[in-house]
Design a protein around this ligand. Sequence first.
Ligand SMILES: *Cc1c(COP(=O)(O)O)cnc(C)c1O
Length: 511
Amino acid sequence: MDQLLQQVLQVITQRHAEASSTGVTPSSEAIAAADNFVSLHGHLDQHGLGTSATLAALLEKVAPALIGGQAGPRYFGFVTGGVTDAALLADLLVSSFDQNVQVHLPHVSIATTLEVAALDMAADLMHIDSRTIFTGKTLTTGATASNVLGLATGREAVGLSVMGPDFSVADYGFAGFKVIVLHASGHASIAKAAAIVGIGRKNCVDLADEPNSPHFDIARLESLLRKSKDEKTGVIIVISSGEVNSGAQTRNVPEIRALADTYDAWIHMDAAFGAFAPSTESHNLHLADSITSDAHKWLNVPYDCGLFYTKRRDLLFQSVAPMFDVKGQGPAYLQSNSTRDGEQQQQLQQLGQDIMSPLMVGIENSRRFRALPLYASLLALGRDGYEQIFEANVFFANKVAAWMEASPDYILLNGNMERGSDELVSSIVLFCASDSNSGGFNTKTDGNERLLQSLNDSREMYVTGTKWAGKGAIRLAVSNWRTGAGEKDAEGEETDFATVIRVLQRVMNTE
Ligand SMILES: *Cc1c(COP(=O)(O)O)cnc(C)c1O
């Protein structure tokens, strides 16, 4: 085993050193070879290969067929982030220790205490207070799971305000109670969460003021809130803080908060990556009842690690506690009869420091120690280190966006956002080929798909396609800690920016 461990460490060391120079995506030959291997070894053998031969197969057959650059600086698909150095080292330890972080046993393991510290530190970075206000908090498998928790907790809250103090969907099911989710171009995972918690996809209503916009049509929002109150329908408002295509932040959040208070609606904010956007405006995260964010995106810790916070720890517990009868079973201060009044809320807030067993406030029972890489990364980088990453990423995206604005071959689709006046975009560059582009990518036919394919065939960068205003578009999302770092004073080697521009030019035959 000693030698095999050394071998793995060597591979990791080499990958770390070459993160910027290797092909982003695998060759088709590598995929074919791996396919072949997996189809040959897709049934359980009577006798195993043994550890050594297995490692050899992983390194020779499987690894070359993975997206080698997914954790690197020129993978711009989705919003994936990478892995900071501290997070990588910590993650290796996690697999070795194999802690199961489900029950708070402070005298047996520090794991749960450390998880709460990591959650509080991430909240510090987001400028929200999870020590005394957002005391319901847990690490999840990702933003989707956090959205499930947000809708589940919101569902309990609106059930109480509409149906009365003894009503609980978690206890009795919906029993005729209807809940709707009002959003503005919400992420698809909101529909998934609505499906899972029993609200139903068809009860999600898009109130965007125009297609793809994260801004609400406030008049429609208010009229639906009023109608719902009359009809005794519960309402959860989902605000996407960071629309996935453009990175745009929702407007009028204080006004939406005031409406939610008037009509007893719950506000869930999906700030998977937007929570960390360096912005001149406040994100208004503190105005939410529950918040989703992701650590495996812009915080650059390994998959999978999502963040969830809510001001109603009592209702989070009520929503997910693994017991057949929650009444009287939880910690004394969480018992359900008294959890529903203001006094109990106050008491809960005073007890904000108390740590609950993660299985009482999250989806899973058994859980990975995903807190350790997050904790290590926050510890290593501090606020300054992280803010430098966010700023370098936005700087990089703006440099690409500015180049596109000046290019006759491309159209920047998310320019001139209402951010700082000298900034074009957030961390996402949304674009398509111009009508007169020199590469012949006619957007009226299959031009967008061909452009996407050509860019990715370079294997020097990776971007993903999307739909924008009914047409095909391409999204270049910058979220890796290496991207843009040192871009300002790079000399000698080709920078990531220069590589990206070269690829953008080459596909247009203008290199
Ligand atoms: C990525 C993303 C999600 C889904 O996150 P996962 O971590 O993939 O589950 C949800 N909402 C928004 C706004 C996102 O960007």
